[in-house]
Ligand binder design. Structure first.
Ligand SMILES: Cc1cc2nc3c(=O)[nH]c(=O)nc-3n(C[C@H](O)[C@H](O)[C@H](O)COP(=O)(O)OP(=O)(O)OC[C@H]3O[C@@H](n4cnc5c(N)ncnc54)[C@H](O)[C@@H]3O)c2cc1C
Length: 428
């Protein structure tokens, strides 16, 4: 098996695809009985070895769909394996939507929340914060429920748990009524964007931008709720720029820069020159999601929002002055702070900076240099993306790490959900 980015390969001795909660529970009980380890996979879109195991791997692809909808309170309970694309459709049929999402929709809801997946917007928290209740099977085979009002400490631990507390079977989401977003993608001058960042963030619901390395070009993406506009019809121009240019044409340039590394700057300049402005109005779940067909490796760090400008300045200087074999745009997003124990945004309003490298190229030296910058400003890595932190680092970064570990041990006394990667990451 391999993850999406193809940088983690593993061979499980068994792959189970249960379709009921009872079957999931039986799998856990059997693993305990056989003294086997068990890992659960969502869509395999994490860049780290979170799902890797040579023992039992559980996929909830056959365990998707809605369980209960409370239309009065805008609350939806869904099966944990539900992919975000299906979730968007199911909620839409009920007149509901997720308050915010990241930029793809192929992850499972449990996989997305387990690593702290986020979108952008200074007033909006990560997806885990839209979860108000969870049900999971722990390492003793027990069915456990926790929520914002019941087992609240456990709930704070379970909102981001990297799959090492148990197998999540049900996720209860606080949704909002459906809404339409007007999205504007623009090519802009980087200095102008940096000079007006605070206004852009405070005056728009969702704002992010990509910096095209070696250039003074920023590709901004801004969206806001619109009440009265009709959703746009499928538009060939938008399809061309968002799907064909960003995937097939970009792939050709990635290959070109791979074969001729001296052309990285040229490719970055062509990327900057070919950015076209896009404007569209559509239902929210369709606006957040983009298609990513070019495979890459990624490192993304959360940093305190107030440090963002200094961090970006350092990142820009290093990228422009050192000859890394890269040309991918660098993504900049913002989220509101939260109180989820293992959330990278724990206790602070945050910015996220993500750097990508075409997956057929070496990424270590580039990521190492930028990781040093992020770490110097109290950075915390996205749990689904590449990093080199140690258990001591996790201890320093996360004030609630000990509380998380205590609950983890209580619910998984035999470490059946621990694989080699987690053993090293958390010193388990
Ligand atoms: C192209 C691309 C775009 C991305 N865009 C974004 C983005 O916009 N924002 C962002 O924050 N991240 C983004 N990511 C990262 C991605 O959202 C996370 O890595 C996410 O965890 C992947 O979800 P998944 O369903 O593939 O989970 P997997 O990668 O399969 O698993 C992730 C973790 O969840 C655990 N898990 C899965 N299901 C369960 C369950 N039922 N119970 C308990 N644990 C479970 C796994 O054991 C593992 O520890 C992106 C990744 C890619 C490849």
């Amino acid at each position: 098996m391999k993850n999406w980015a193809e940088n983690v390969l593993w061979t499980p001795s068994k792959i189970a695809t249960p379709s009921t909660e009872e079957e999931i529970q039986q799998l856990v009980l059997k693993a305990i009985n056989d003294q086997k380890k068990i890992r659960v996979i969502g869509s395999g879109h994490s860049f780290t070895a979170l799902c890797s195991t040579n023992e039992v791997l559980v996929s909830l692809d056959n365990y998707q769909g809605k369980i209960h909808i409370d239309k009065e309170k805008n609350i939806a309970t869904v099966k944990a394996g539900t992919k975000l694309s299906l979730l968007g459709e199911l909620l839409f049929e009920e007149g509901l939507a997720m308050e915010n999402l990241g930029d793809i929709n192929v992850q499972s809801i449990a996989g997305a929340i387990s690593t702290g997946t986020h979108g952008t917007g200074v007033q909006l928290k990560s997806i885990s914060n839209q979860v108000i209740g969870l049900k999971f099977i722990n390492g003793k085979g027990e069915i456990i429920t926790c929520s914002a009002t019941q087992n609240t400490e456990l709930y704070k631990a379970a909102q981001v748990s990297l799959g090492c507390l148990g197998i999540i079977t049900e996720v209860t989401l606080q949704c909002v009524p459906t809404y339409k977003l007007k999205l504007q993608n623009k090519k802009e001058n980087l200095d102008d964007v940096l000079a007006t960042l605070d206004e852009r963030n405070s005056q728009n619901r969702n704002f992010e931008f990509y910096w095209i390395p070696y250039t003074n070009t920023a590709w901004t993406k801004t969206s806001n709720i619109v009440e009265d506009s009709e959703p746009d019809k499928v538009n060939f121009f938008n399809y061309w720029t968002e799907f064909v240019l960003e995937n097939y044409v970009f792939k050709v340039f990635c290959e070109y820069a791979r074969l001729f590394p001296s052309q990285n700057k040229t490719v970055a300049n062509i990327t900057a020159a070919s950015i076209t402005n896009v404007k569209k109005v559509y239902h929210s779940h369709k606006v957040y999601a983009t298609q990513r067909l070019v495979k890459f490796h990624e490192m993304e760090y959360n940093i305190p929002a107030e440090a963002y400008k200094d961090v970006f300045k350092d990142v820009k200087k290093i990228v422009n002055s050192r000859k890394f074999n890269i040309h991918f745009p660098i993504e900049n997003r913002w989220v509101k702070g939260d109180d989820v124990f293992m959330s990278p945004a724990y206790g602070r309003d945050s910015a996220y900076i993500a750097c990508h490298v075409y997956n057929k190229k070496e990424c270590v030296s580039y990521f190492k240099a930028l990781e040093e910058v992020f770490r110097a400003y109290d950075g915390r890595p996205h749990w689904g993306k590449m990093n080199t932190i140690s258990p001591q680092d996790v201890q320093t970064m996360y004030p609630k790490f000990d509380a998380f570990l205590k609950l983890r041990k209580e619910h998984d006394p035999e470490n059946i959900f621990v694989n080699t990667y987690l053993k090293t990451l958390f010193d388990l």
